[in-house]
Write a protein that binds this ligand. Structure first.
Ligand code: ATP
Ligand code: MG
Length: 389
């Protein structure tokens, strides 16, 4: 009998009238994540069914599904017609080599099925006991959990394992976000968190070539590549060179304001990029109190330069250890900890101001040709696009 994969969605259940929009989007995202495996994806009541794939691709398909936002859980299942005999035969066949304890769980989506879930669980449990003398029922802590999911399409799905997905909402359901992607640990995690909530991520990376190396750029490209799977299979990265802007600050401004001014420049360019590309929000990996530039005063003075686009900071209240755990889970951590310099470390002052004041910041900014320098950086940007491999 052919294996299928049953995919369950999470919060889409809460949607009212526009639920089918979310369901279609998730179906398309699943299709594109699985396109290279020749797998078909169809909607069945309350779930999706993935079928028609080679069994040798099954593990790769499960991994791909684990990276699709909006998926709550999924199981490898066998599909049978919803009759008592067909269900019984399949359960007996799946459990024939088991020993120890088991319990049958029934989910009766199809209320027309003649037995209710308690009755069916009891009957099928009895059939299993009669067919396999090495098994006993344990309703509290069973070793084997046999699940029977009776759907409204006349089909039932029999499975043992339930794997948990990313959760969240399908990518594309919550606008587009411009992720300020550094080579650090935090910003890739921030991008992942927003993709998980349905935001399509576009990235911008600021470098300071030739002060920063090609390897530093490559590291960021590698991080972007890892994010593609979580981002609907692709990511566009804008690479912007801030070297001249930084030189100007270094030569003309108070050193302690270096980082504040650099970050205002980054945010200003981000706002322009967002407006020029119909992007709804700016996303950063900032985290309250983590470093001098992430005090509430610094963040306020930096954000003040942005007028028309909201700035979201999904990691604002996370502890570093929590961010690291997510970075490990999504596989960005090992790349993030490679020791290449970031443009923030070029001309780094000994004593960066931790509580910059807006008036002083603007006074420092007026010592350079802020708009012209940023314009020059903006127009010389490079754009790269990565797609899932
Ligand atoms: P991360 O681990 O993300 O690098 P961090 O703790 O090093 O964070 P900062 O360097 O202060 O923190 O940067 C805060 C945020 O600003 C980053 O999470 C990122 O969103 C953005 N950022 C910093 N440097 C860059 C850069 N070179 N290019 C693009 N965005 C950047
Ligand atoms: Mg950083």
């Amino acid at each position: 009998m052919d294996k299928v994969i049953i995919v369950r969605y999470s919060e889409i259940h809460l949607k009212g009238k526009n639920r089918s929009f979310f369901e279609d989007l998730l179906k398309n995202n699943l299709k594109s994540a699985l396109s290279k495996y020749n797998a078909k994806v169809v909607k069945i009541p309350g779930r999706y069914e993935v079928f028609g794939f080679n069994e040798s691709d099954q593990n790769k398909i499960l991994t791909a599904i684990s990276k699709v936002a909006g998926v709550f859980s999924y199981s490898v299942a066998t599909e049978v017609t919803s009759t008592y005999d067909a269900i019984k035969e399949e359960v007996i066949s799946q459990t024939k080599n088991y020993s120890g304890t088991f319990k049958v769980f029934v989910n009766r989506g199809d209320k027309k099925f003649p037995l209710n879930s308690m009755q069916l669980a009891k009957e099928i449990g009895g059939e299993v006991l009669r067919s396999n003398k090495l098994l006993n029922v344990d309703v509290v802590n069973p070793q084997h959990k046999i699940n029977i999911d009776i759907r409204e399409n006349g089909k039932s799905y029999i499975f043992v394992d339930v794997y948990y997905g990313m959760g969240g909402m399908p990518v594309g359901s919550s606008g587009k976000g411009l992720l300020l992607l550094s080579g650090g640990i935090d910003s890739p995690v921030a991008g992942y968190m927003m993709a998980k909530r349905g935001t399509k991520i576009v990235a911008v990376h600021y470098h300071s070539y030739p002060y920063t190396s090609e390897l530093a750029k490559l590291k960021v490209e590698n991080l972007a590549k890892i994010l593609t799977d979580y981002n609907g299979g692709e990511i566009v990265v804008h690479m912007v060179n801030m070297a001249k802007y930084q030189e100007a600050i270094h030569t003309n401004c108070d050193d302690s304001y270096m980082i504040t001014l650099l970050r205002r420049g980054m945010f200003k360019i981000a706002e322009r990029l967002a407006k020029d590309n119909n992007i709804d929000m700016i996303i950063t990996g900032e985290n309250l109190g983590q470093v001098a530039s992430q005090t509430i005063q610094s963040m306020t003075v930096v954000e003040n330069v942005v007028k028309d686009v909201p700035v979201l900071r999904p990691l604002i209240a996370f502890d570093k250890s929590d961010i690291i755990n997510i970075a490990k889970k999504i596989d960005t951590y090992q790349t993030s900890i490679q020791p290449y310099e970031d443009c923030c470390t070029v001309f780094l002052p000994d004593n960066p101001v931790t509580k910059p004041r807006l008036v002083n910041t603007i006074k420092e900014e007026q010592k350079i040709n802020f708009d012209a320098l940023l314009e020059e950086a903006y127009v010389s940007k490079e754009i790269v696009k990565f797609v899932s491999e």
